[in-house]
Design a protein. Structure first.
Length: 66
Protein backbone atom coordinates (compact mmCIF):
# COMPACT_ATOMS: atom_id res chain seq x y z
CA UNK A 1 0.00 0.00 0.00
CA UNK A 2 1.50 3.30 -1.10
CA UNK A 3 1.65 6.72 0.48
CA UNK A 4 -1.48 8.87 0.47
CA UNK A 5 -1.83 12.62 0.99
CA UNK A 6 -2.96 11.89 4.56
CA UNK A 7 0.44 10.31 5.33
CA UNK A 8 2.09 13.67 5.97
CA UNK A 9 4.73 12.33 8.38
CA UNK A 10 5.87 9.57 6.04
CA UNK A 11 5.86 11.87 3.01
CA UNK A 12 7.84 14.55 4.86
CA UNK A 13 10.40 11.95 5.91
CA UNK A 14 10.61 10.60 2.36
CA UNK A 15 11.23 14.10 0.98
CA UNK A 16 13.98 14.65 3.54
CA UNK A 17 15.56 11.30 2.63
CA UNK A 18 15.35 11.98 -1.11
CA UNK A 19 16.64 15.58 -0.90
CA UNK A 20 18.85 15.81 2.21
CA UNK A 21 20.88 18.77 0.93
CA UNK A 22 17.84 20.92 0.12
CA UNK A 23 16.69 23.53 2.64
CA UNK A 24 12.93 23.02 2.98
CA UNK A 25 12.54 26.71 3.91
CA UNK A 26 13.34 27.59 0.28
CA UNK A 27 10.88 25.17 -1.33
CA UNK A 28 7.82 26.30 -3.27
CA UNK A 29 4.63 24.28 -2.85
CA UNK A 30 4.45 23.68 -6.61
CA UNK A 31 7.90 22.05 -6.58
CA UNK A 32 7.15 20.07 -3.43
CA UNK A 33 3.89 18.80 -4.95
CA UNK A 34 5.77 17.54 -8.01
CA UNK A 35 8.45 15.84 -5.89
CA UNK A 36 5.79 14.12 -3.79
CA UNK A 37 4.05 12.81 -6.89
CA UNK A 38 7.42 11.53 -8.14
CA UNK A 39 8.11 9.52 -4.97
CA UNK A 40 8.16 5.82 -5.81
CA UNK A 41 6.01 5.04 -2.75
CA UNK A 42 3.38 7.69 -3.55
CA UNK A 43 0.08 6.24 -4.69
CA UNK A 44 -2.70 8.83 -4.57
CA UNK A 45 -4.55 11.25 -6.83
CA UNK A 46 -2.16 14.14 -7.61
CA UNK A 47 -5.12 16.52 -7.68
CA UNK A 48 -6.34 15.57 -4.20
CA UNK A 49 -3.86 17.75 -2.30
CA UNK A 50 -4.45 21.21 -0.91
CA UNK A 51 -2.49 23.93 0.85
CA UNK A 52 -3.25 22.54 4.32
CA UNK A 53 -1.89 19.10 3.38
CA UNK A 54 1.25 20.58 1.81
CA UNK A 55 1.83 22.75 4.90
CA UNK A 56 1.60 19.68 7.14
CA UNK A 57 4.12 17.82 4.98
CA UNK A 58 6.45 20.83 4.94
CA UNK A 59 6.35 21.06 8.75
CA UNK A 60 7.47 17.43 9.00
CA UNK A 61 10.24 18.06 6.46
CA UNK A 62 11.39 21.12 8.41
CA UNK A 63 11.41 19.09 11.62
CA UNK A 64 13.49 16.35 9.98
CA UNK A 65 15.97 18.90 8.61
CA UNK A 66 16.69 20.42 12.04
Amino acid sequence: MGLKWTDSREIGEALYDSRPDLDPKTVRFTDMHQWICELEEFDDDPNASNEKILEAILLVWLDEAE
